[in-house]
Design a protein around this ligand. Structure first.
Ligand SMILES: Nc1nc2c(ncn2[C@@H]2O[C@H](COP(=O)(O)OP(=O)(O)O)[C@@H](O)[C@H]2O)c(=O)[nH]1
Ligand SMILES: Nc1ncnc2c1ncn2[C@@H]1O[C@H](COP(=O)(O)OP(=O)(O)O)[C@@H](O)[C@H]1O
Length: 227
């Protein structure tokens, strides 16, 4: 898969949404169907899990190396994950290289990361992945494991806060069916150019994705922004 420079730079697309909505599952599906997108590989300070491959799943780096990357401005954004358990961030150079080659680029980020990228790349398309309903999100969050009640309660409280961020995004895609969601994301990745005038209101997109009603609440910033 390669981009086409004749068609200008590729689109930068940022995918975020509440924990448990299905972001990882959808990205795995996009990889499985070999979607014509380049997937950013984050740097992280957490240890690799069994089966994870350095450079494919993450760039696994030490805390010192992560600090160096921040100091040298090598990260487009970074954030503390799971309340500071570790840090993850997006290496800037490969993103720019793939966009320049005409490829659409997908960043799957937490909300802090999405907000940080918006401050730097207002031309990117910000996609919020939504659950079909609150009940479905609860099922997906709880169905994933066997955590203690207090862990689940904390997750649900966080998910409520995260759902409220929908209005900050350009477009919302409801994750009913993984295959269908993946196809919509592919469509969005090559959709019409982002027109500055569309900002602040629903964006016309060639899908039945529901437009986010209002992105005027978009002044949020992240401590993780590296610029
Ligand atoms: N801001 C930011 N968030 C990231 C990055 N990489 C992964 N994440 C987020 O980190 C969270 C946990 O990612 P995941 O790999 O599933 O977590 P883990 O496997 O529990 O470490 C998710 O919300 C991801 O969207 C990154 O480079 N930057
Ligand atoms: N469209 C879907 N339909 C049914 N279950 C889904 C769907 N998308 C994700 N899931 C399930 O929901 C749970 C959470 O998904 P996951 O990808 O880990 O979420 P996230 O990365 O957003 O935290 C997983 O058990 C996953 O299999």
């Amino acid at each position: 898969m390669s981009g086409d420079p004749a068609h200008g730079p590729g689109r930068l697309m940022v995918l975020a949404g509440p924990s448990g909505v299905g972001k990882s599952t959808v990205v795995a599906e996009l990889r499985r169907i070999r979607a014509p997108l380049w997937f950013s590989v984050s740097a992280t300070t957490r240890a690799a899990r069994p089966g994870e491959v350095d450079g494919r799943d993450y760039h696994f780096v030490s805390a010192a190396e992560f600090n160096r990357m921040i100091a040298e401005g090598e990260l487009l954004e970074w954030a503390e994950i799971h309340g500071g358990m570790h840090r993850s961030g997006t290496p800037r150079a490969p993103v720019d290289e793939h966009l320049a080659a005409g490829e659409p680029v997908l960043l799957e980020l937490d909300l802090a990361g999405a907000r940080a990228v918006r401050g730097q790349r207002p031309d990117a398309l910000f996609v919020f992945l939504e659950p079909p309903s609150w009940e479905v999100l609860v099922d997906r969050l709880i169905g994933r494991g066997t955590e203690a009640t207090e862990v689940v309660d904390r997750r649900l409280a966080t998910a409520r806060e995260e759902l409220a961020a929908r209005s900050e995004f350009d477009v919302a895609v409801v994750n009913h069916d993984v295959g269908e969601t993946a196809r919509r994301l592919v469509e969005l990745s090559v959709g019409p150019p982002v027109d500055g005038a569309e900002r602040g209101g629903p964006r016309a997109v060639p899908t039945d994705s529901s437009p986010a009603p209002d992105r005027s609440a978009s002044g949020a910033t992240s401590a993780g922004a590296s610029e």
